[in-house]
Design a protein around this ligand. Sequence first.
Ligand code: GLU
Length: 292
Amino acid sequence: MRIGRWMRLAGTVLVLTLAAAACGGDDEGGDGGQVNEGASFAEGTTMARLQQEGAVTIGTKFDQPLFGLKNLEGKPEGFDVEIGKLIAGELGIAEDKITWVESVSANREPFIQQDKVDFVVATYTINDKRKEVVDFAGPYYEAGQDIMVAKGNPEGIGGPDDLAGKKVCSVTGSTPAENIRTNYPDADLTEFDVYSKCAEALKNGQVQAVTTDNVILLGLISQDEESFELVGEPFTKEPYGIGVKKGDTEFRNFINDTLQKAYDDGRWLAAWDATAGKVAPEKPTPPTIDRY
Ligand code: GLU
């Protein structure tokens, strides 16, 4: 009798555990995988082509925790990835029909121009220089450039002016690297192709600081809190957009509509909560979409 009750209780616990694992297991995101089966698009548009093909290729980062990080199964996870899934879903394309292509900072414009990807979601700041060669939907988030140093801040760095004479790491083709080069020329800038290499260089003592968007740095810190910390306040505005082929206004409008829909029905916030929101101190509000 007593054993029987025990077994039932153990069984219930097991069922609950399995149910919890099933909910949280497969997908890091909110409802990113929701597929709009009934979507219909005007002939000749990128949306109609992708829907017909039933597949899409999306450029994202593979080494940025919280936004785009390749997991052990080789699939990227994070807020950018969830935004990518949302857009695919509205095209009627399921998650398993997405091909993810690593797009490091310097590759984003060429990958869009050369049709290596259908669009890019990769902590990609919207700015006028980039708009000369690609177009942007969004913004879907606003970050800001910040500085990461070794835990304890041994160099006493409090902001970008303190980088003079210091070795600081950022990534080729990124706005933070460009900002240091242009506005803080006394800093000794080292550039790699990805931010994980900057984090390694900081850990090894090869550089004294890493600079890029606050949320990217937060992701790196979340993986190694013993080694790194964030200093100062964000000193730029980095509105994140979705990069598309220049001139594809219909596709850009469609992505803007999709973002607005996800803002309104809560999927955007669910995607945030399931990814970057686990670490970021503040809950963001969706930025106003810039339909330029
Ligand atoms: N948001 C900045 C950029 O687009 C920095 C992050 C990155 O390199 O991806 O350049």
